[in-house]
Design a protein around this ligand. Structure first.
Ligand SMILES: Nc1ncnc2c1ncn2[C@@H]1O[C@H](COP(=O)(O)OP(=O)(O)OP(=O)(O)O)[C@@H](O)[C@H]1O
Ligand SMILES: [Mg+2]
Length: 179
């Protein structure tokens, strides 16, 4: 067990921003398992992560194509297991993307847990409602010590405003080149 970090967001832009900060911090191949019901923000988070990894293209849902590949600082493999069938998962040879030389972002990863390598970052997304309306609860569950350090680094770089919203700006990262 490497702990679990829970963050809440109130808008899609905040979920995208957390993804962006995570993507910026990633320096080596990794599998990120995104688990949550329909419309909880898996694609929004994936879009942020891809952007943080330097992907300039628009990131769209891979639900029907199963796999989209983007080029960033590392290749980004955006997968969706929602429509993956039992047999297909054996045939398609997704292993080469898990993580291969890139970063695999897998929506509905919990449908085929056996496909995941033991070293990965599990992210759970839940919708909640309270007196202030609707929000999302994001759980970050690292399955390996280096992944736990990655999550810790991201937590250190995000901050909240007094009204409870996230600061959407981002400071410099250790690896950034001086301009
Ligand atoms: N705090 C929030 N974070 C993310 N999305 C939010 C939030 N609040 C509302 N939303 C809305 O929820 C929806 C999330 O859609 P998204 O496609 O990212 O979900 P998904 O989990 O990928 O769904 P699917 O299971 O269909 O792939 C969007 O319409 C978004 O505007
Ligand atoms: Mg989606």
């Amino acid at each position: 067990m490497y702990g679990e970090a829970v963050l809440t967001t109130r808008q899609e832009a905040e979920t995208v921003h957390i993804g962006y900060m995570l993507g910026r911090a990633i320096e080596s191949p990794l599998v990120i398992a995104l688990e949550g019901e329909l419309g909880t923000g898996k694609t929004a988070l994936a879009r942020g992560i891809a952007h943080g990894l330097g992907v300039a293209e628009t990131v769209t849902s891979p639900t029907f194509v199963l796999l989209n590949i983007y080029s960033g600082r590392l290749p980004v493999y955006h997968l969706d297991f929602y429509r993956l069938e039992e047999m297909e998962s054996c045939r398609l040879g997704f292993e080469e993307y898990l993580p291969g030389g890139g970063v695999a972002l897998i929506e509905w990863a919990d449908r085929f847990p056996a496909l995941l390598p033991s070293r990965h970052l599990r992210v759970t997304l839940e919708r909640f409602f309270d007196g202030e309306g609707e929000g999302r609860r994001l759980g970050f569950i690292p399955k390996d010590r280096p992944v736990a350090l990655l999550v810790e680094g991201v937590l250190n770089r995000i901050s909240w405003k007094v009204d409870g919203g996230l600061h959407l700006g981002s400071g410099p990262m250790p690896g950034d080149k001086e301009v």
